[in-house]
Ligand binder design. Structure first.
Ligand SMILES: NC(=O)c1ccc[n+]([C@@H]2O[C@H](COP(=O)([O-])OP(=O)(O)OC[C@H]3O[C@@H](n4cnc5c(N)ncnc54)[C@H](OP(=O)(O)O)[C@@H]3O)[C@@H](O)[C@H]2O)c1
Length: 277
């Protein structure tokens, strides 16, 4: 498995397993099979309500906890210092871990004290409860403020990114600052197979559409992807993306697809940057 190495030495396997919206046994089974297949990056969050299942699967797996990158996140209404600390403590309990590898703010808060939240995020890292810290769903201006004004040593940003949604500005910024960009919904929530160009490229490579969509992301410097796959079959297919070799013609076809199809935008989402690819 290829890794990304960030400015502060977060070693992040490029392909991870997304666990939302799996719960309980379904989630534990999916994490177990992913670890058996060779996945070493698991993405969860307090809001997914599946951390206990993830923790159980990690504990029961013969794979050493030290060999698995684990991300969790704190929900946007828990960003006051005491609430953020309590959220991470609950996550660690559920995950049966002393620390997580990456702890992220899941969404920007509303009417929040950004400096105090970031101060707390950084303190949790300094205390060793999170090896690395990051943010998700931050538009560029907010990310810049967090890094440049508040000096937060972020290792990663997690945002929606796939063949139908561009993230050029955030990606440039992440690269300039040695951060990883973790692509969520990398299969455009399973809409990939509806895209004729992706189907054609897949047919040419005797590959699956999902593999083409994932490899397009994974070929980009600093980009990791966390497809959710409940079945062993789809987990195996997604891992197989690493073997696919896209050429310039494939990339040109994918680059020419519309890049404005944002699928995840709940009512508490920030004002997004205009799509930029
Ligand atoms: N930070 C955030 O705000 C945020 C927001 C959304 C998601 N996320 C994270 O990102 C992860 C992935 O995003 P997502 O779940 O929204 O979308 P996604 O990974 O783009 O798509 C998941 C869907 O694709 C299907 N699928 C997986 N592999 C496939 C394959 N090889 N062929 C055909 N279908 C396949 C899955 O079905 P099966 O399960 O049946 O395989 C599921 O229906 C989440 O699980 C979560 O961890 C984070």
């Amino acid at each position: 498995m290829q890794n990304i190495v960030t400015h502060d030495r977060l070693v992040l396997p490029r392909l991870g397993l997304g666990t939302w919206p799996m719960l309980g046994e379904e989630c534990a089974r999916a994490v177990q099979s992913a670890l058996e297949l060779g996945y070493r990056h698991i993405d969860t969050a307090a809001a997914y309500e599946n951390e206990a299942a993830v923790g159980r699967a990690l504990e029961q797996s013969p794979v050493s906890r030290e060999d698995v990158h684990l991300t969790t996140k704190v929900w946007w209404d828990q960003l006051q210092p005491a609430a953020m600390r309590a959220s991470l403590e609950r996550s660690l309990d559920a995950l049966r871990s002393d620390r997580v590898d990456l702890f992220m703010i899941h969404w920007p808060g509303r009417d929040w004290d950004l400096p105090r939240s970031i101060e707390t995020l950084v303190a949790l890292r300094e205390e060793g409860k999170a090896r690395h810290i990051g943010v998700a769903n931050f538009p560029l201006a907010l990310l810049r403020r967090t890094v440049e004004e508040l000096g937060a040593p972020l290792s990663a940003i997690q945002v929606e990114y796939h063949v139908l949604l561009g993230q050029r500005q955030l990606l440039d910024y992440a690269r300039q600052h040695g951060m990883a960009l973790i692509a969520y919904s990398p299969l455009a929530r399973n809409r990939i197979a509806e895209v004729a160009e992706i189907r054609d490229i897949a047919a040419r490579h005797r590959a699956q559409p999902a593999q083409i969509a994932l490899k397009w992301l994974l070929d980009q410097p600093a980009v990791a992807a966390i497809p959710k796959a409940g079945s062993v079959a789809n987990q195996r297919i997604n891992l197989g993306a690493l073997e696919v070799m896209l050429d310039d013609e494939d990339r040109a076809l994918i680059d020419a697809l519309p890049k404005n199809q944002r699928l995840v935008s709940p009512d508490f989402a920030p004002a997004w940057d205009a799509c930029d690819e």
